[in-house]
Structure formats: C-alpha cells, structure tokens
Design a protein. Structure first.
Length: 435
C-alpha cells in the first residue's frame, strides 16, 4: 500500500511520525508525499489550542479528497482528548490515541477490506497511560544533520492553561539504554546533532528513580564521535539552580536551553500554576550566564492570560530585558476548553491582547539584537546544515544563533569554526576561521 502522512504540532509528533513511517516501510508498504495518491492517510494531530483542533479537521477533510476510497487514520493529541468528535468527522475510518500510535500499522492491516461506515476507535483514558510505549529504534530523519530522539512521554504538572496532560497521560520515561542504542545508530548514520525531546523532558527519569535528566546526558556524552547534544526544552516548573549546574559537566551538551517563563508576573505565574517565581527563574539564568556569558536562553511568553493587567504585562516586558533572551516565542492566550484557565474570570479582550503582543514582539526583537551584539567578534562552532538561495551556507551555533557563511557545499553536515561578524537576516553572518 501507499501510505501518506501529515504531522501537526510539536517535535514529539514529528518523531512519532518518523517511527510510524519506518514501521510501515518495514512491513513492505511505500511512503508517499501527503499531496500524492495514497491508500492510507495518517494525520498526526495537535490539540494545544482550539485553532490546532480546527487545523486538524481541515487536513482530515483535505486528505480524504485526494482519494475518496482511502482509509483516513487520525491519531495524536486531538484524537486522544476528543475521540468521539474526531470519529464523527466524515471520512475518518480509524481513530488512535496517543498511547497506541505504535500499533497503527497493525490496526491498518486489520481494517483492510472493512467497508464499515463507522470509525473504529482505539483510545484509552489518559489515566490509564502508565507505561512507556516504545516506538522502536528509528534510524533516519528528513534532516540528515539534526535528529530528534524522544526520551519521555507525559506530564503531571497540570498548568492551568494546558490540555496536554489530558492528551499524553502521566510521566513515563524511555529506557536509557534504548535511547543510547538509538543515539549510537544515528551518529553512525552521520547525524551530528541529537535533539532530546519529550512532553516534559525535565521530568525524564523521575519515574525511574534517576532524579532527572542529568544521568541520561552523562550516558550520551560518553558515546564516542563528533556530535553534540541539544535539549529541546527544560521546564522551570521542575528544575532549579542545582539541577542546572549538573548539566555543566557534559562538554557535548550545547550551551543553549529553552526555558519557558510564560509570564514575568508572579501573580500570573501563580494563576498559571507554574510553581516558580520570576526571581527563581532569573537565578537559573544568572547561573547559566555565570558558566558562559553567551549562554543562549530561549523562551515562551503568553500575553493576555486571564487576570493579566498592565502591571503584569510590564513584568513580562521587563523580564525579556533582564534575562537577555536570544529568542522569545510570543503567544496570545487562547482559551482551551477543558482547562482550569478557561473558567477563570478576568478574560482579557482581544484588542488588548493584540496590542500587548505587538509590544512583546518589539521587546523580543531588541533582546535578540542585543544578544547578537554581545556575540560580535566571538568565535563559534557551527554545524552547517543547508545552502540557501543567496549562496550562503547556514546552520546553528552551539548557543543557538543561526549563522550564515560563504563556503563550499561540500562542507555541509559538518562543524566549522566561525567568527561572528554582524547581524544578517534572522541570524548573524560569520567568516570561516582559517585553521
């Protein structure tokens, strides 16, 4: 059969789609593009916002139009939290929850020749998702340079605005040796950067008695080879200063962390159930910068959360400057049915949220430029990933600056030493250092 995929949402979904592709291929099926004719279309959905749900529904209908006789399979977070709603969408034949994704190739083969008008559902309650379900060992990625490795599933923090714990279940950590085996295979295949991802990576190992992610980083750091390790994110809801200091011992770990602050206001952080203060967050950042003054810190900030007033928003602008973020991902609060925040009073008007978003984007731009200025004249180790239309090679520095250099395409998928010269496009221009 010909199998096509469309993936919405996070890096974990991207990883899980790759795992499904490899399983289908191993069973003798052909993977084709999502615009191509296929016998089976798999939509791996997101549900982080109501907009994500709507996009998922649009793609379900779109892919069915390519081949009306196809089997449409809907999986992912939207399928998990609203299986009945998904099953009622015209054309859906199979609905699979987040805890059963690895079984999709088997479910598909079981349904061959089944012309039932009703969708078949394989969805367990999120409270029953208690064991890590292995996706197997993946061997490739669309990128030939950077590879995602899923290390953990689930979250038990229940931030008041977030539906994901209901979509992914409780924390379940992947076996460390299975992760190491996958990492070794990907390194042997030529990948130079391993990006560790999960629903809440900071919680890795807490269910295994490991006390956090540091032992896993140590295990991967011990693997021989010319590669680096990057964490997709760590949650300050989980970590503290001492936790972060443990990570400084591993030279292959990139000097970059994505730490979601979400708000600079202690009042709003409490409403969000984030379990830390702005002062505790800044102490983590200060320790990162004490270790490396150019340590890259990226973050997420939500504007317009219920109860946010002008003073609260001013705190978010202030922390953007104080933390000297190299990149800020800003979001307007989106009411998500099924979360505690959706029931809160003090919902902020849309026009106010838009104004605040505009201000935050300007503050983020200035923070990014200050970070670029601080890196001018500095030497950086850059992993070159692709050639652009402007003839420049581009890739990322260890501290997560997108760097553009003039060079030969034969240098792609390798590290080079670069002197950072000036701001350029969405990053910095660099000059190759003569060895």
């Amino acid at each position: 059969m010909k199998i096509a995929f469309h993936t919405l949402g996070c890096k974990v979904n991207q990883y899980e789609t790759e795992a499904m592709k490899e399983k289908f291929s191993a069973m003798g099926h052909e993977i084709v593009g999502e615009q191509d004719f296929a016998h089976v279309y798999v939509i791996n959905t997101c549900t982080v916002t109501n907009l994500a749900d709507r996009k998922s529904r649009q793609y379900i209908r779109k892919m069915k139009r390519v081949n009306p006789e196809s089997l449409v399979v809907v999986t992912g977070c939207y399928a998990q939290v609203a299986p009945d709603e998904v099953a009622e969408i015209e054309g859906v034949g199979l609905v699979v929850g987040t805890g059963e994704k690895s079984q999709i190739p088997i479910y598909v083969e079981e349904m061959l020749g089944d012309n039932s008008a009703e969708a078949v559902c394989h969805v367990r309650d999120y409270k029953d998702l208690k064991e890590y379900e292995s996706d197997g060992i993946i061997t490739s990625m669309e990128s030939r340079t950077r590879a995602y490795i899923k290390i953990e599933e689930g979250c038990n923090r229940f931030c008041s605005y977030c539906i994901i714990p209901y979509a992914r279940g409780q924390v379940r950590s992947r076996d460390m040796e299975e992760i190491a085996e996958e990492a070794e295979g990907l390194i042997s295949a030529g990948f130079k950067e391993l990006i560790l991802t999960g629903i809440n990576t900071a919680l890795y190992g807490t269910d295994l008695g490991l006390g956090g992610i540091a032992p896993l980083i140590g295990r991967l750091n011990s693997i021989e080879g010319n590669f680096r390790i990057r964490l997709s994110s760590l949650e300050p809801t989980v970590i503290d200063v001492e936790y972060v200091k443990k990570l400084f011992a591993y030279p292959k770990l990139c000097h970059h962390l994505h730490l979601s602050i979400q708000s600079g206001s202690n009042k709003i952080l409490k409403y969000m159930n984030r379990r830390y203060t702005r002062e505790e967050y800044l102490e983590i950042v200060e320790n990162l910068r004490a270790f490396d003054p150019l340590y890259g810190v990226t973050t997420d900030i939500i504007v317009g959360f219920p109860g946010e007033d002008d003073a609260d928003f001013a705190d978010s602008l202030r922390i953007t400057e104080e933390a000297a973020f190299c990149k800020v991902h800003g979001f307007k609060y989106s009411k998500r049915e099924g979360t505690a925040a959706a029931l809160m009073t003090g919902q902020v008007r849309a026009e106010i949220s838009k104004m605040r978003m505009d201000e935050l984007e300007e503050a983020a731009r200035k923070s990014e430029e200050r970070f670029f200025d601080a890196n001018k004249g500095m030497e950086a180790r850059v992993l070159l990933e692709e050639a652009g239309e402007d003839g420049m090679l581009r890739g990322y520095s260890d501290n997560y600056i997108r760097v553009y250099v003039e060079g030969n395409p034969t240098m792609l998928n390798d590290f080079c030493q670069v002197v950072l010269v000036e701001k350029y496009k969405d990053g910095m221009k660099g000059e190759l250092k003569n060895e």
